[in-house]
Design a protein around this ligand. Structure first.
Ligand code: GAL
Length: 433
């Protein structure tokens, strides 16, 4: 049982559930942003086909998540969830088989309360039965929401306890059937610090409420993520919510992300190692949208098989650091990767800004070295740098850089140390004196 296992995990110091699934962030599509409840199997398969046609599945976007509203409002006499026969006239198995044929793994949605947020049957009290149904239908991934939860005196447990119920069901089923556990994506909107405990139960957890396709919503999520960026690791991911890339001029009210904002959005989500689930229409997607989503340099860092940690801020770039500001989140971020040291610089201002940082502000940089600089948006080598990098970014724009060691600094560069205030000669005299 997950709850029993817990004690053991603590004892060994392991904080992520490594049950063999979901080591890396999930990439794919989620139906909610684009369709809400308005879809049929045919429409979704067309969407899946458009993803194949654009090369998105090949690029790694291979989880297709069926979100809310797929069932009838009531269970059948045996308590089983019934797929809506109007939306899925050929049945759910036919639907997941069609997805599998196109190269996808199918994912489904349910809820830890009595009803889903759309008012369809939720899995509270039906965890084992529903999991059976989902698995039988061919789903291997479960997003688990938090609406219509029972009264305290009914459950006498908290959000945590209701998610443990499903985690236990997943574990028990995997054992019984000797099959791979269903991947578990918790969605309790960051209510009760899931970044502390959700990694024991599943592979990702939403860190906040629903995303919207405008900058203030994105900057607010980035702000939230900046304080918990270090909680993401292999098998356990902060989920920043579905991507809004491509939703400019679409939806109600329509999205209004600029090209630069869409790039910043994708960069932050990918380098923070969030799951990346597309939520816009791929059949009518613009060339820019596809180019953003298929940025190979950035995707390969999101999917780094050797480094599980995400980038994290090293400086907020405004005073004071470490303060909560949904409109102006941290601007200077770094992390390590198989491919080099990663920097993300984000201009959170509404005007163009010159931005500068010292390379050794990044923990992953070796002091006293020269680095080659690769631009992960221009896909160009931009020469070498030592000590400082300065760049000018458009409003809400981003730079994503990959730095690799290119030898020692030229002799005699002053000051002798980038962080000179504790730097000393061998005889104990401070350099700064
Ligand atoms: C919300 C959830 C959304 C979507 C929706 C479906 O609670 O955050 O991502 O799943 O429910 O009703």
């Amino acid at each position: 049982m997950a709850s029993l296992l817990l004690g053991l995990l603590y004892a060994t110091g392991t904080r992520a559930l490594d049950n063999g699934v979901g080591k890396l962030p999930a990439l794919g599509f989620n139906t909610w942003n684009l369709y809400q409840c308005d879809y049929t199997a045919d429409v979704l398969i067309e969407q899946a086909q458009a993803m194949v046609d654009h090369g998105l599945v090949e690029a790694g976007y291979s989880t297709f998540m069926l979100d809310d509203c797929y069932s009838l409002k009531e269970r059948d006499q045996k308590g089983k969830i019934v797929a809506d026969p109007e939306k899925f006239p050929k049945g759910m198995r036919h639907f997941t088989k069609s997805l599998t044929k196109l190269g996808f793994r199918a994912g489904i949605y349910s809820d830890a309360g009595y009803r889903t947020c759309g008012g369809y049957p939720g899995s509270y009290g039906h965890e084992t039965q529903d999991l059976e149904t989902f698995a039988d239908w061919g789903f291997q991934y479960l997003k688990y929401d938090n609406c219509y939860i029972p009264f305290d005196n009914v459950t006498q447990e908290n959000v945590y306890g209701r998610y443990v119920r499903m985690a236990d069901a997943i574990e028990a089923r995997a054992k019984k059937t000797k099959s791979q556990p269903v991947q578990f994506a918790l969605c309790e909107w960051g209510w009760q610090q899931p970044w502390i405990w959700a990694g024991r139960l599943g592979q990702s957890w939403r860190i906040g409420g629903d995303i919207r396709p405008w900058w203030s919503a994105l900057s607010s999520i980035i702000n939230q993520a900046s304080f918990i960026a270090t909680e993401t690791r292999f098998y356990a991911r902060n989920d920043l919510d579905m991507l809004e890339v491509g939703n400019t001029n679409q939806g109600t009210p329509p999205g209004n992300l600029t090209y630069d904002e869409a790039k910043s959005h994708f960069t932050a989500w990918a380098l923070l190692k969030s799951p990346l689930l597309i939520g816009s229409d791929m059949a009518s997607a613009s060339k820019e949208t596809i180019e953003i989503l298929e940025n190979k340099d950035i995707l390969k860092i999101n999917q780094d098989p050797n480094v599980g940690e995400a980038i994290a801020p090293f400086r907020w770039g405004r005073n004071p650091d470490y303060t909560w500001d949904p409109a102006h989140p941290a601007q200077y971020w770094t992390g390590n990767s198989t491919y080099g040291v990663v920097f993300m610089v984000l201009n959170t201002q509404d005007t163009a800004q010159k931005m500068s940082f010292n390379l050794t502000e990044s923990w992953a940089i070796r002091a006293g070295r020269v680095y080659s600089v690769y631009d992960m948006w221009a896909h160009t080598n931009n020469g070498t740098a030592y000590r400082d990098i300065s760049l000018t970014l458009p409003p809400h724009g981003v730079a994503a850089l990959l730095l690799n060691d290119a030898g020692p600094e030229p002799a005699g560069v002053e000051p002798y140390c980038a962080g000179y205030w504790q730097c000393s000669f061998p005889n104990g005299t401070y350099y700064s004196n």
